[in-house]
Design a protein around this ligand. Structure first.
Ligand code: UDP
Length: 323
């Protein structure tokens, strides 16, 4: 198939493009390099069936041309990272809502297969922190807390993708990605694993926000993108939301300690209050665990990488980047 990947030079987009090429598809990435990087796709340049455009999904003529060329669209272009969202809420809301609207509108005209990337942020402050199945209620905080703008903007994306299926028979699927990590993810936008690994390798203080007792489940990007490619031709996934992630839960303090040990680092682990790390009144999720049974049923998704495997891949990558 000819496949368009929006946000294709991003961390997940670049891994997804790789997985699609490995399956023999032709891939065209479009990325405005706002949070993506040309370095992420350097190794793909010159691969058979690969092309890219540095441009915006808001360039209607460009997007129309690329959707026209494609048989399927993976829509990953979005404003991501909790820090970016808190610092630049206007960009977050506009990029996420209007970008998805443009992609779905154009794909609808041509009846293209569309897979929209969403996020586990949409579960918000759901009770108990999971395990969240796709039908769980979404629970957000007040609109004066910037963090929730991200969750709400992605929830609107999901509503829209599902509405296009229901009302216009556009074959859409939404993938809700839980904390996905691996090589090429940057700590620049505040994501915890690359941030802590970089600090540990440099010998800087390792910053644990809040008490460090909050937990997350970290999934390896290469396993997540295989499931995303498997969903492409999975008919029962049409008009559905599918969680992708890992169920190995770890507290952020344990994570920091593990990274410190694995890197043999002399760094100190320091606690930073949320209002210093983000903004006054910042609300964090104390726990976020996915229920992965739908993905297992649909595409046999069973992530195998352990947290140590994942951390090792990130540590090796960040070490290799250093001059
Ligand atoms: N976090 C941290 N130190 C950092 C960056 C993040 O303790 O340098 C915490 C953050 O407050 C959250 C967890 O790590 O509780 C995961 O953060 P991330 O931004 O990676 O993903 P989120 O789950 O918040 O989307």
């Amino acid at each position: 198939m000819n496949i368009l990947v929006t946000g294709g030079a991003g961390f997940i987009g670049s891994h997804l493009s790789e997985a699609l090429l490995e399956r023999g598809h032709s891939v065209h990435s479009v990325d405005d390099l706002s949070t993506g990087s040309i370095k992420n796709i350097e190794h793909l340049k010159g691969s058979r069936g690969y092309a890219y455009t540095i441009g915006s999904i808001f360039d209607k003529a460009l997007l129309a041309e690329l959707v026209d060329w494609s048989d399927a669209v993976y829509h990953l272009a979005a404003a991501v990272g909790v820090r970016l969202i808190v610092e630049d809420p206007v960009r977050t809301i506009e990029t996420n809502v209007h970008g998805t609207e443009m992609v779905l509108k154009l794909s609808s005209k041509k009846k293209r297969r569309v897979i929209v990337a969403s996020t586990s942020e949409v579960y918000g402050k759901g009770p108990g922190g999971g395990p969240f199945s796709e039908g769980a209620d979404l629970v957000f905080g007040a609109t004066d807390r910037a963090r929730w703008a991200y969750a709400c903007s992605k929830a609107i994306d999901e509503f829209l993708a599902l509405a296009y299926w229901r009302q216009k028979a556009v074959p859409t699927t939404v993938v809700r990605l839980f904390n996905t990590v691996g090589p090429r993810q940057t700590g620049q936008y505040g994501m915890v694993v690359p941030s802590l690994v970089t600090q540990a390798i440099r010998g800087d203080d390792m910053t644990v926000y809040g008490t460090g007792r909050q937990t997350r489940c970290f999934a390896l990007v290469s396993e997540v993108v295989v499931a995303m490619t498997d969903l492409l031709e999975c008919k029962p996934s049409l008009g559905k939301v599918v969680n992708l992630g890992s169920s190995e839960e770890v507290s952020i303090l344990q994570l920091a300690k593990r990274i410190k040990t694995m890197t043999n680092s002399r760094s100190k682990i320091v606690f930073v209050p949320y209002d210093k790390a983000y903004e006054a009144g910042f609300e964090d999720m104390q726990r976020r665990v996915p229920d992965l049974s739908r993905a297992r049923k649909l595409v046999g998704f069973r992530p195998k990488a352990t947290l140590d495997d994942i951390l090792k891949s990130v540590i090796d990558h960040i070490r290799a980047q250093r001059p």
